[in-house]
Design a protein around this ligand. Structure first.
Ligand code: C2E
Ligand code: MG
Ligand code: MG
Ligand code: MG
Length: 282
């Protein structure tokens, strides 16, 4: 009985695996066509300071799929990373982001805004990365000092010297770096000290749990203290309630991003909000 059940279970998983792989293959080939078919777009989520003033936005990639609807990056970025397509995807994102950033220079309500862009590990490993970023900035006439690249810790684990050199080259041109999802990875403090960063981003999981879970609260406080020690800005992501914002304010966090201040929205909506002075919950 157990044996036949085991067999069935095996066959069930086998079929499920087949289905997953088939979906994945379809996703992969459709993703490769998404750029040409103009199905990709950037959404923008506000980032604010401790007085609610709009500082800028994080650009978040969206895929408007004809049948699947709006596909979240959590679904397709990993696929793109595994099939190597993330380099092309990343170039598209940087191009779109720099175009937007350049257009903000003359747009009321947006002139002083910063734009943060997520960068995948594989992009940073690409020997062309620094040149590509600089060329893209120049092509659009964007101000590099208003561009921040968000990296994750996982990405930094290998090839530290190469990573630092590339970051430094972009830093010299004015580009800033933020360490995304901070606290979820394994960077050593010594390593953190050596990276030319401007900002640490407290991972949303700690913000979400900090009011009920003392460990998360301690981690959030530690990230803020680390930021102060190393002279880095600290921004909290995933701030959803005034209580979370107040708790973050009490531990000295001065920058926020999350549904409390605005969800990611298309460019036109974001720019409208920025012009009106972003609606800030209090
Ligand atoms: P991330 O960089 O940590 O981005 C923050 C994610 O948290 C976004 O999810 C955002 O929509 C979500 N979020 C923001 N505020 C809140 C909140 O208050 N509550 C909750 N529950 N969620 C909130 P999204 O847009 O689905 O992106 C997921 C991840 O996909 C990003 O995490 C980033 O790692 C990756 N990603 C997004 N765009 C790009 C891109 O252009 N390139 C690369 N390489 N990765 C990207
Ligand atoms: Mg990010
Ligand atoms: Mg993050
Ligand atoms: Mg996160």
């Amino acid at each position: 009985q157990a044996k036949s059940q085991g067999k069935n279970t095996f066959r069930f998983y086998d079929a499920e695996l087949q289905a997953v792989l088939a979906t994945r293959a379809a996703l992969e080939s459709e993703l490769r066509q998404a750029i040409a078919r103009q199905q990709l777009q950037l959404h923008f989520q506000p980032q604010v300071d401790d007085s609610g003033q709009l500082l800028g936005a994080e650009a978040l990639l969206r895929w408007q799929h004809p049948d699947r609807g709006l596909v979240a990056p959590g679904v397709f970025i990993p696929v793109a990373e595994q099939c190597g397509f993330v380099l092309e995807l990343g170039s598209w994102v940087l191009d779109a982001a720099c175009r937007t950033l350049a257009s903000w220079a003359t747009l009321p309500g947006c002139q002083a805004l910063n734009l943060s862009v997520n960068v995948s590990a594989l992009q940073l490993r690409d020997p062309q990365f620094v040149t590509d970023v600089l060329k893209t900035i120049q092509r659009h006439g964007a101000d590099p000092r208003r561009l921040t690249l968000e990296l994750t810790e996982s990405l930094l684990a290998e090839n530290v010297e190469d990573t630092i050199a590339k970051m430094q080259a972009l830093r010299d041109a004015g580009v800033g770096f933020s360490l995304d999802d901070f606290g979820t990875g394994y960077s050593s403090l010594n390593y953190l000290r050596r990276l030319p960063l401007e900002e640490l981003k407290i991972d949303r999981s700690f913000v979400n749990d900090m009011l009920g879970d003392p460990n998360s609260a301690v981690i959030a406080r530690t990230v803020v203290a680390l930021g102060q020690t190393f002279g880095l800005q600290v921004i909290a992501e995933g701030v959803e309630t005034p209580e979370q914002r107040d708790a973050l304010l009490r531990i000295g966090c001065k920058r926020f991003q999350g549904y409390l201040f605005g969800r990611p929205t298309d460019q036109a909506s974001f720019e409208r909000q920025a012009r009106q002075g972003v609606a800030v919950a209090s």
